[in-house]
Design a protein around this ligand. Sequence first.
Ligand SMILES: Nc1ncnc2c1ncn2[C@@H]1O[C@H](COP(=O)(O)OP(=O)(O)OP(=O)(O)O)[C@@H](O)[C@H]1O
Ligand code: SF4
Ligand SMILES: [Mg+2]
Length: 354
Amino acid sequence: MPKDISVTREEGRRIAEQAIARDVEKEVLLDVENLHVTLFTEDGALPAITDLSFVMRKGETLAVVGESGCGKSMTALSIMGLLPQPPAKITGGQINFDGTDLAKLSRDEMRAYRGSKMGMIFQEPMTSLNPVMTAGKQIREGILVHNPKMDKKEADARALEMIKLVGIPAPEKVFRSYPHELSGGMRQRVMIAIALACQPDLLICDEPTTALDVTIQAQILQLIDRMKQELGTAVMLITHDMGVVSEMADWVLVMYAGHKVEYTVSAELFTNPKHPYTRGLIDSIPSLDDDKEKLFAIPGNVPMLSEMPTGCPFHPRCPFARDICRKETPDLLPVDGDENHRCACWKYTDKWGE
Ligand SMILES: Nc1ncnc2c1ncn2[C@@H]1O[C@H](COP(=O)(O)OP(=O)(O)OP(=O)(O)O)[C@@H](O)[C@H]1O
Ligand code: SF4
Ligand SMILES: [Mg+2]
C-alpha cells in the first residue's frame, strides 16, 4: 500500500504542513506561468495546454498525473523546447528557468540548456538516442559535459559504472552497442544513464519505467530519488501510476484535457483529494485485497481536443455535474482558503448552492 494513502486525514495534514514549511527554504528553479500551447491542425487551432501555472523548487519532485491525452508530455516538451513544430506552438505564458524565459528562446539557444541544465527521460527512448553513436559513447559525452577536464579513459570507466547502475546485464557489450542493437527496455535504461550522467538541475521523467519490469522499475525510481537527495536535482515525474506518485512526489499536479484541475502537496492530495477527477484516479489504484472484477474505472474517456466540452472539461464524466458545470469553466481556487491546495471545481465555491 502506498504510504500516503494509508495515513489518516489528520496525519496527512501534519505531513503536508511539514512539507510546505520545508519548501520555504528551497529556491525556485522553474516557474511556469499561464502557459498556453495550441495545435494548429486541419480541424483548426486546438488547445493542448490551457493556462497552466506551477513552480518547481530545487531538490523537489513534482508529479504530473492524468490519463492518456491530458497534456503531460506536451507540458514536458514545452519546457524542453522540443514541442513538435508544426503543429504545436506556445501561444501564451512564460517558462522561467533560473531567471530566463525559455518560451522566448530559439531552438539553438535552447540547445545550451538541454543536457547540462535540463535532462529528459522520454516516453519513447528512440527519439532521444543518437542512432550512429554507441551507448557507451553517448553516456561518456554526458559525463564530459560536467567534467570537461576528465580524460576519456576515466569518463569511459564512469560511463560503464552508470550502465551497471541502471541494471543492464552484460554492461561491456551494451557499452559497445548501437541503439538499434538493443531491446526497448535496454534503450530505456541507456537513456536513463545518459540523463543521470549529465547531472542536470532539472530532470523530466516522462513515464520513465513503463517499459521496464517491476524490479528494475523500483531500482530506477530509487536512483532518481537518490539523485534528487544528493545533488538537489528537481524532478518532474510524469506518470499514470498513482502508487509511484504517493511514494516519490512532494507536490502533485493533476491535469485533465490540458487543464490543471488540482495542485497540492502529495500528503494533502492523497488524504484530502477534492476534484472528482482526482478522486477517480485515486479510487482506481489497485490494492492487494482488491477484487479485480470490481476495480473502479472512471467512466468515459478524455475528450478529443477538437471536441472539448463547454464549461468544466470533466463534466461529461462527472457524477456531480450540474448546469453551471456545463456552462462555465471553474477557476482554480484555494480549497478552504488554503493557498497550497488549489482545485478547479464548482462544488467548492459559493455558486454551488445557488
Ligand atoms: N504531434 C501531435 N500532433 C497532433 N496532436 C498531438 C500531437 N501530440 C499530442 N497531440 C495531442 O495533444 C494532446 C495532449 O497529448 P500528450 O501527448 O501531451 O498527452 P499525455 O498526457 O502525455 O498522454 P500519454 O499518457 O498517452 O502519454 C492529446 O489530445 C494528443 O492527441
Ligand atoms: S465543476 Fe462540476 S463537472 Fe467539473 S468536476 Fe466539479 S462538479 Fe464535476
Ligand atoms: Mg505522454
